[in-house]
Design a protein around this ligand. Structure first.
Ligand code: F0G
Length: 488
């Protein structure tokens, strides 16, 4: 057995990370989602799967924020088994801590690391994310994304454009949380800051992922920040141009695969295990820990009044898993009084999770994926078991929407002035469908996640300018043009 000093992912010489690794090893374990086997949180060879093939979840000791006593004993007991463990009084202490940090972060000198961490919408919740010494953290900082009130009742009359979304959804109290407002334009930055921080602590010599475009853009940016080579495996011709441009500009090494995302995912896992490269897909359980912060941040923005529903697009199912875990932890820590129901929305041409749900999760489906929403063009989602647990635990639902429904919803979001990339619009399409079916009630409070920025994909579902639309440089020409366009 090699020792930690002979770590097979190449600890860089001269680094003093051994004690930090040892300390972290006492605080975290990895638990198999399938068979509950436990593994050390830190080991010579990074572990992404159980010996049974199941994916792993971080099981961390969470300490009370002000006292040296455990706040959560057994993280992985199910909600129903653990109701008696909940200590509502403890929620006040956590709320106080997070409020103080959010306020502090409004002004921060650029060279004060602790302030910088408080300014991150991930590391502000660091006790619930990863107990790691601050000097290893690689942060842009990320998060602090907008939560737009767009329901017919909770959207002000001076924002008629935004209220169109509420009309379209059929909801009085709807919020959209725009994760496209993260540093690289998608929610992936929240998991990536934690994944790259782990790579830093472990002394990885390179990091890699397979991606439909957003994970790769995020990995490329954070790897560049740390000064580490980033390698991204992409399905050739199936990545939106804005995302590809980001990976190229951030100077990642791009490996285009003659296959789809699922092929790229299988390949990158093998490559990382064989070449000792640190894997940063959401198969890596530390990525999931970072993405939990979407849940914590939106709860804080709602003053810890949990919504009735959380709706989001679903592809590889990392985000469904992460937000579900955040809600479970927030509930058990007394931060919120109830756990929101989660609705995961898939494109109908890439709907393995929906099909499995429809069979009562009696068997796991895989499909050959096809959809205009390339971000979620995934047929064999890695986090299937994690997400299944979340849907079951939260009394959630899985729904599918057609490409036409996705594009129609995207047009509504775009024309409201908010805008998003196609996959994100599955959220609104799904909400509309679930309201139509009476599953989500008109008066319920709903938060929908928009996962990526409009500019990620500047073609799909966007009217393109026509060459012959240009006019002469004259007021007359403008008058004629505007009369024609707008009947002014
Ligand atoms: N929305 C966007 C914009 C995405 O990029 C993704 C996933 C999802 C939704 C689905 O989230 O996989 O956690 O269920 N994109 C990954 C990528 C696969 O490589 O960028 P999920």
């Amino acid at each position: 057995m090699p020792t930690m000093e002979e770590n097979s992912i190449d600890l860089r010489p001269g680094r003093s990370n051994h004690s930090a690794l040892k300390q972290l090893a006492t605080l975290i374990e990895l638990r198999c989602v399938e068979c509950a086997s436990l593994y050390p949180g830190i080991s010579d060879q990074p572990r992404y799967r159980c010996d049974c093939g199941g994916v792993l979840d971080v099981d961390a000791k969470i300490y009370h924020p002000f006292k040296q006593e455990p706040a959560l004993q057994q993280e992985f007991e199910t909600l129903t088994n653990s109701e008696s463990d909940i200590k509502p009084f403890m929620g006040d202490d956590w709320r106080q801590l997070f409020e103080e940090r959010a306020l502090q972060s409004l002004t921060w000198p650029i060279n004060v690391d602790a302030q910088l961490l408080n300014a991150s919408g991930v590391w502000r919740y660091r006790e619930l994310i990863l107990p790691i010494p601050e000097q290893y953290i690689v942060s842009r900082p990320e998060g602090n994304t907008g939560l737009y009130p767009v329901g017919t009742e909770n959207c002000g009359h001076h924002r008629a454009g935004h209220r169109q979304i509420g009309h379209y959804a059929g909801l009085d109290y709807l919020f959209l949380k725009h994760e496209g407002e993260n540093p690289t334009g998608s929610f992936k930055d929240r998991g990536m800051t934690v994944g790259v921080t782990m790579a830093n602590l472990l002394g990885a010599r390179a990091v890699a992922c397979a991606s439909t475009g957003n994970t790769s853009a995020s990995l490329a940016s954070y790897a560049a920040q740390l000064g580490l080579p980033g390698i991204v495996f992409l399905p050739a011709m199936n990545v939106a141009s804005g995302k590809l441009a980001q990976s190229l500009a951030y100077a990642a090494t791009i490996v285009q695969i003659e296959g789809d995302f699922d092929d790229a995912m299988r390949l990158v896992e093998q490559v990382c295990n064989e070449l000792g490269i640190y894997l940063l897909n959401s198969l890596n359980p530390f990525r999931i820990e970072g993405q939990k912060a979407i849940g914590f941040e939106l709860l804080q923005q709602l003053d810890w009044e949990a919504p009735d529903w959380l709706v989001l697009p679903a592809g590889n199912l990392g985000n469904t898993s992460a937000i579900g875990k955040a809600f479970r932890q927030a509930h058990r820590l007394g931060l919120i009084a109830h756990v929101p129901r989660i609705a995961s929305i898939q494109a109908s041409g890439a709907n393995p999770f929906f099909q499995s749900y429809m069979s009562g999760f009696s068997h796991r489906q895989r499909v050959q994926a096809q959809t205009v929403a390339t971000a979620i063009k995934i047929g064999d989602p890695v986090s299937y078991s994690r997400a299944r647990q979340v849907i079951e635990e939260t009394n959630g639902v899985v729904e599918e929407v057609t490409d036409e429904e996705i594009l129609a919803a995207k047009t509504v979001i775009d024309r409201s002035g908010i805008g998003c990339e196609p996959a994100s619009a599955a959220t609104l399409a799904g909400i509309r469908k679930l309201v139509g079916q009476g599953i989500i009630k008109r008066e319920e409070r709903v938060v929908g996640i928009l996962t990526g920025d409009l500019l990620k994909d500047s073609h799909t579902g966007i009217p393109q300018p026509k060459q012959d639309d240009s006019i002469m440089i004259s007021i007359e020409a403008v008058r004629t043009y505007l009369t024609h366009k707008l009947s002014l």
